[in-house]
Design a protein around this ligand. Structure first.
Ligand code: PEP
Length: 256
């Protein structure tokens, strides 16, 4: 299986800055055939970057997308508009769940819309600090996982990637708030067991599961060797060229 390294730029970089960064990023990296390198710029930058990117080397993801293909939905961008521009879409990121109020029902419709438009969804799941403290992690992950996948047919499951992102470990500056490989492997195991139970062994084994939560060059290696982890979703460190390049090179080294 390929190793996936996805850079989530969030609400950062102008279109010009995105273009310059992408240029430097592509120049700094060789063509790694076993590493799927993906960046997720703002909606505005996606179209120009799709003309600039070398798709043999790197792919584009959107950070979101709407569940209807067209119509009276002011301010939204549909997956049908993103079709052909991006290969992946981040869906259900914790910032969208907790700041923008997206629920599993809406996320499920977005996953279906992405798949319908030939875009591979990266379904983000993760518990908050208090959910973990109250022993609710397993229930939360199960609900988000099965809720998010509820609108697609079994034939489309092989297009989906899962990103486990504990909310308490995102954008953390404190060592105590970093997820340990043990904590990650426990939840990744639960994700695969849940998929196995509902959809069968093959899809559970083959579905890529990424980890995200304050990934840096210093911890990327230990996360990448964590059992069941097939890649990383990187926020803050993906905005710093040297760090993102370092993380991708670490993936190449560790997964070789
Ligand atoms: C993210 O937003 O998906 C993320 C993991 O961010 P960070 O790496 O900054 O914690």
């Amino acid at each position: 299986m390929k190793t996936y390294i996805v850079g989530n730029w969030k609400l950062n970089f102008t279109v010009g800055e995105s273009s310059i960064y992408l240029h430097k990023l592509m120049k700094a990296l060789p063509n790694y055939r076993d590493i799927e390198m993906v960046v997720a710029p703002s909606f505005l930058a996606l179209q120009p970057l799709s003309l600039q990117i070398d798709r043999h080397k790197m792919k584009l993801a959107s950070q979101n997308g709407f569940y209807r293909d067209y119509g009276a939905f002011t301010g939204e961008v549909s997956f049908s508009q993103l079709r052909g521009i991006v290969d992946y879409a981040i869906i259900g990121h914790s910032e969208r769940r907790h700041i923008l109020g997206e629920d599993d029902k809406m996320i499920a419709k977005k996953i279906a819309a992405a798949v319908r438009n030939r875009i591979r969804p990266i379904l983000c799941v993760g518990e908050t600090e208090s959910e973990r403290a109250f022993g609710e992690t397993a229930d939360v992950i199960r609900d988000q996982l099965l809720g998010g996948l509820s609108e697609i047919g079994d034939d489309d499951l092989d297009k989906v990637l899962i990103a486990y992102e504990p909310v308490w470990a995102i954008s953390s500056t404190k060592a105590a708030k970093l997820a340990s490989p043990e904590e990650i492997s426990e939840v990744v195991k639960l994700i695969r067991e849940t998929i196995h139970e509902v959809y069968g062994k093959k899809i559970a084994e083959e579905m890529p599961v990424l980890f995200g939560g304050s990934v840096k060059p210093s911890n990327a290696g230990s996360y990448l060797i964590t059992e069941g982890v097939d890649g990383l979703l990187v926020g803050g460190a993906s905005l710093i060229l040297s760090e993102f390049v370092d993380i991708i090179n670490t993936a190449k080294r560790v997964k070789a």
